[in-house]
Design a protein around this ligand. Structure first.
Ligand SMILES: *[C@@H]1O[C@H](CO)[C@@H](O)[C@H](O)[C@H]1NC(C)=O
Ligand SMILES: *[C@@H]1O[C@H](CO)[C@@H](O)[C@H](O)[C@H]1NC(C)=O
Ligand SMILES: *[C@@H]1O[C@H](CO)[C@@H](O)[C@H](O)[C@H]1NC(C)=O
Ligand SMILES: *[C@@H]1O[C@H](CO)[C@@H](O)[C@H](O)[C@H]1NC(C)=O
Ligand SMILES: *[C@@H]1O[C@H](CO)[C@@H](O)[C@H](O)[C@H]1NC(C)=O
Ligand SMILES: *[C@@H]1O[C@H](CO)[C@@H](O)[C@H](O)[C@H]1NC(C)=O
Ligand SMILES: *[C@@H]1O[C@H](CO)[C@@H](O)[C@H](O)[C@H]1NC(C)=O
Ligand SMILES: *[C@@H]1O[C@H](CO)[C@@H](O)[C@H](O)[C@H]1NC(C)=O
Ligand SMILES: *[C@@H]1O[C@H](CO)[C@@H](O)[C@H](O)[C@H]1NC(C)=O
Ligand SMILES: *[C@@H]1O[C@H](CO)[C@@H](O)[C@H](O)[C@H]1NC(C)=O
Ligand SMILES: *[C@@H]1O[C@H](CO)[C@@H](O)[C@H](O)[C@H]1NC(C)=O
Ligand SMILES: *[C@@H]1O[C@H](CO)[C@@H](O)[C@H](O)[C@H]1NC(C)=O
Length: 490
């Protein structure tokens, strides 16, 4: 992200094996920190967190029991199988890797939409190579990729039509105006499953990366899968490859589970983030392997004045057992678009290899919003240059309308049980002078391989570090300004 990116970059991260139940439970308990007290008048702070709750569908029982070992409390399984099950072949599809199936997919979805309220439907994609342009999903619907099924993204940009910019961004992320639609898209849906027997969705993004590299891109690139304003989503057991842009983008969604996914893109491909929960709540990402040219996972919530105005936070985000590689970006990123606020993020069992950074928190003057109650634990970093890094921005704004008085608030960042092997750079924690980052709590952190001459870089941060080696910066060594209050349970 620091590499040739004129715009914002997100974070990635990964991890592996299942944590023991007891440990997870202990950690959660330990972290039940008292109540966050907010000093700023400008930002609306959450004071409670109801696990698995959702306000969007009143007819459902929205209080799920929390099961610390799985994501299942974020996704409500359909009670019975889908009533209508059809194959893309029934709509004239040809899986020869050459024929366009755009019309077949669009016809199929138009037809199956008729079953939304009649028991739901499933579209099977058999073994074969199915070239298609963008199509929209429907509700109470399963897209199922059988073993050996490969959906290939069309190489004709017109089959990725331009749609409106997201209101929380005010414009396309890369270019002014609208943005290309995602290959697989959905708006205002509920109960959607995208799954199968490790079938593949390949965006064939090289054409788009070329447009980006050779500076002829007119509109912001599309995602591989984007769901907007949707509820109760499961994406599992598939391989996603070569997305033009961020790979999976749930935005304004609730109750999303992304599990057992393999997400691959060339390590130099631009902005091919793995999974970007954006202004979404109750999102669980588990058991994923991600290898890409940008952050493995990046949590976001809108951009400057547009995100502030929309005020849609990302909250209750769990990232667990994710592993992977990103040579120029990070395992997990929080921000830099965070203007709607980000709170209650739990990241554990992340395993990042051969990457630029483990965890990165990014914000900027003009963002407003807040990042609070972020727990990061049991992190293994193997030849990751910078284990963690907080940065205050790169002057990356949507337009001249951003408010220089809109300062982000960063409070309550807990990092524990982190081991880094082959560390090259010391952590760099840079807060904002007018809005220092507070309640930074570090515990049980070993950075191995770091040259003794390399010191931590800290500015405008307040917090405490215990059992951290090599020795952290002065700002984290004395109990400055009530930090022990924030860190008392760590
Ligand atoms: C920590 O994560 C590693 C994988 O990164 C896993 O093997 C281990 O079981 C985890 N430990 C705990 C206590 O969760
Ligand atoms: C909703 O679920 C909770 C927890 O499973 C249960 O205690 C409660 O009785 C349920 N409420 C309704 C209306 O079904
Ligand atoms: C691919 O499809 C195009 C038209 O859609 C056709 O002209 C061409 O012969 C096909 N190529 C192969 C190898 O089937
Ligand atoms: C999905 O199915 C459920 C149960 O049949 C139904 O109540 C609901 O209205 C359906 N959703 C949509 C968007 O049609
Ligand atoms: C898909 O939905 C978008 C709006 O969300 C719309 O602009 C587009 O035309 C739809 N595409 C198809 C093929 O219906
Ligand atoms: C799914 O396919 C990918 C790519 O071929 C492979 O790396 C991965 O191991 C497979 N996952 C499973 C669970 O078989
Ligand atoms: C830029 O890349 C696109 C996609 O590969 C290609 O069609 C176009 O000719 C390239 N333009 C220039 C100026 O290189
Ligand atoms: C993924 O696939 C495995 C093996 O086929 C299956 O047991 C599991 O239920 C699937 N999980 C999801 C969430 O689809
Ligand atoms: C912080 O987030 C965790 C989940 O990540 C949650 O269990 C806890 O209740 C939250 N703390 C507060 C004070 O909201
Ligand atoms: C410190 O962290 C390491 C690595 O995650 C873990 O194995 C160890 O148990 C932790 N020690 C304590 C006292 O929690
Ligand atoms: C402690 O923090 C508060 C609010 O952030 C600030 O008003 C106060 O001046 C600080 N005190 C010291 C001693 O740093
Ligand atoms: C520390 O801050 C908390 C919350 O802001 C407050 O309740 C507590 O009294 C403070 N303690 C001290 C010693 O200032």
């Amino acid at each position: 992200m620091d590499v040739e990116k004129p715009f914002f970059v997100t974070i990635c991260w990964s991890n592996f094996t299942r944590p023991s139940y007891t440990v997870y439970f202990l950690i959660l308990t330990v972290i039940s920190i008292s109540i966050l007290q907010i000093t700023s008048k400008s930002s609306v702070f959450p004071s409670t967190w109801v696990i698995g709750s959702s306000k969007s569908e009143s007819e459902e029982n929205t209080s799920f029991l929390m099961d610390p070992g799985t994501c299942s409390w974020f996704y409500k399984k359909e009670e019975s199988p889908r009533k209508m099950v059809m194959s893309i072949r029934d709509f004239g599809g040809i899986g020869d890797g050459n024929t366009s199936n755009t019309l077949a997919f669009r016809k199929a979805l138009e037809y199956l939409k008729g079953f939304d309220k009649k028991g739901g439907s499933q579209l099977n994609v058999p073994q074969g190579k199915w070239v298609t342009g963008s199509f929209n999903l429907t509700s109470n619907f399963t897209l199922f990729l059988e073993f050996g099924a490969v959906i290939l993204g069309s190489q004709n940009p017109e089959e990725w039509p331009v749609i409106e910019a997201l209101p929380s961004y005010g414009r396309g992320r890369e270019r002014l105006g609208g943005r290309h639609i995602s290959l697989i898209h959905g708006d205002s849906l509920s109960n959607v499953v995208i799954t199968g027997e490790n079938g593949t969705i390949d965006g064939q993004g090289r054409m788009w990366w070329d447009l980006w590299w050779n500076r002829t891109l007119v509109h912001t690139r599309g995602h591989l899968v984007e769901l907007m304003n949707s509820h109760n989503i499961l994406i599992s057991n598939l391989t996603f490859r070569n997305s033009p842009f961020w790979t999976i983008h749930p935005v304004y969604c609730s109750n999303v589970v992304i599990k057992g996914m393999t997400i691959l893109a060339p390590l130099n491909s631009p902005n091919t983030d793995g999974i970007d929960p954006d202004s979404s709540t109750n999102v669980c990402i588990e058991d994923c392997y991600i290898e890409s040219g940008d952050d493995l996972v990046a949590v976001k919530s809108g951009w400057d004045q547009y995100g502030i105005k929309m005020a849609r936070p990302s909250s209750n985000i769990v990232v667990r057992k994710v592993s992977g590689t990103t040579p120029t970006c990070s395992g997990v990123g929080i921000g830099s678009e965070m203007s709607g606020g980000i709170f209650n993020v739990h990241i554990e069992n992340l395993h990042v290899r051969n990457s630029a950074a483990g965890v990165r928190l990014k914000t900027d003057i003009g963002r407003g919003g807040y990042i609070t109650n972020i727990t990061i634990t049991n992190i293994t970093l193997d030849r990751v240059k910078t284990p963690f890094r907080f940065s205050r921005g790169a002057n990356d704004h949507p337009d001249d309308g951003w408010d220089p008085k809109a300062l982000p608030i960063v409070k309550g960042i807990y990092i524990s049980n982190l081991v880094s092997i082959g560390t090259i750079r010391a952590p760099s924690l840079e807060g904002i002078a007018e809005s220092p980052f507070e309640g930074i709590c570090l515990k049980n952190i070993s950075l191995l391989g770091l040259r003794p001459s390399l010191k931590w870089q800290c500015e405008f941060v307040k917090g405490i570090a215990v059992q951290v080696s090599p020795e952290p910066c002065q700002q984290l060594l004395s109990d400055n300004n009530n930090s022990s209050f924030w860190c008392q349970n760590l």
